[in-house]
Write a protein that binds this ligand. Structure first.
Ligand code: F6P
Length: 325
């Protein structure tokens, strides 16, 4: 175990899909490290930068001025090269060459699985900060970027409702989330959607068919479809048309709009709290932990948990029966 005084140089990177709040976490890490006299290097483009030795010095006063931006000022990537043994060895060399004695990785489950591979060939202590709009990481109630993405989705769906109500149209709105229904259920319930389809629910499609059968075309009918839902918007549209061929239906895929934009207050605060927690954990000799937020408290949980996906829980799923059934 690395003792407090042993951490002199922290390397930090963002990897996978960017998420609003990542810049706030970078700021918090740099600020906390500064108070302990620890140097911080930003590794650009995630694992790609680790492979290419692409490092820049990070200073708290500079990051303070960019924490309100979405995206990540360190840039990010999905690295195929890191999937190879050669790529992982080059990454380990970069850590050694730069005398990095603590690593912080901000990203989703792919990033954390990457860190577990790196841990097989490098003894450098590491902490993960969950940053993904999908909210699908075990060890935290909320991931960085989820709240902002939901708020963006809500704004878009509210806009869609204005035009949908004006025309009495059925709208299928596809939201992001990969295999997770969190963005779908949060944005759908918050916008008063008539129907919400998420990968975790077995009953949602039955609710939709039952409702649409009796749809009288005198109002809008909004269906929020999580991108990871088994059917997907095109099949759902075809199934709806089987029930009623005359329905006036449009499809809107919100796409990457949900990932950009200024982070919400919640994501800025989450970034600050998780950045501080991760840095203090490294300084205190921890490794292989996720810095998360559980039951309203900053919490460390073992990295092995990331193999478990966080699914939309049963309490939320039950709301579908009340609001969409
Ligand atoms: O994981 C975040 C996410 O935005 C998912 O919701 C989505 O499925 C995916 O990334 C899109 O990835 P990319 O930007 O690489 O196309």
């Amino acid at each position: 175990m690395v003792m407090m005084s042993e951490i002199k140089h922290i390397g930090i990177f963002t990897s996978g899909g960017d998420a609003p709040g990542m810049n706030a976490a970078l700021f918090a890490v740099a600020k906390t490290a500064q108070t302990y006299g620890i140097k911080v290097s930003g590794i650009r483009r995630g694992f790609e930068g680790l492979i290419d030795n692409d490092l820049i010095p990070l200073h708290a006063n500079q990051l303070q001025r960019s924490m309100h931006f979405g995206g990540t000022m360190l840039k990010t990537a999905r690295s195929d090269r890191f999937m190879t043994k050669q790529g992982q060895e080059k990454a380990a060399q970069t850590i050694q060459q730069n005398s990095i004695d603590g690593l912080i990785a901000i990203g989703g489950d792919g990033t954390f699985r990457g860190m577990l591979c790196l841990a097989n060939i490098s003894n450098t202590p590491f902490i993960g900060i969950p940053g993904t709009i999908d909210n699908d990481i075990a060890g935290t109630d909320y991931t960085l970027g989820f709240d902002s993405a939901v708020n963006t989705a809500i704004k878009c769906i509210d806009n869609i409702r204005d035009t949908a109500e004006s025309h009495n149209r059925v709208f299928l709105v596809e939201v992001m989330g990969r295999d997770s229904g969190y963005i779908g259920i949060y944005s759908g319930l918050s916008c008063g959607a008539d129907s919400i389809l998420i990968p975790e629910s077995d009953d949602d499609f039955t609710y939709l068919l039952n409702k649409i059968k009796n749809y009288d075309s005198e109002d809008a009918f909004i269906v929020v479809v999580a991108e990871g839902d088994d059917l997907g918007v095109d099949k759902v549209s075809a199934e709806i048309r089987k029930v009623n061929a005359h329905i006036d239906l449009r499809i809107a895929k919100l796409g990457h709009i949900q990932r950009g934009g200024n982070p919400s207050a919640q994501d800025r605060m989450l970034g600050i709290r998780l950045g501080v927690l991760a840095t203090k954990a490294l300084i205190g000799g921890e490794s292989g932990q996720i810095a998360g937020f559980c039951n309203n408290k900053p919490t460390l949980s073992p990295f092995d948990n990331v193999v478990k996906k966080q699914l939309v829980d049963i309490e939320l799923q039950r709301l579908l029966a009340i609001f969409c059934g």
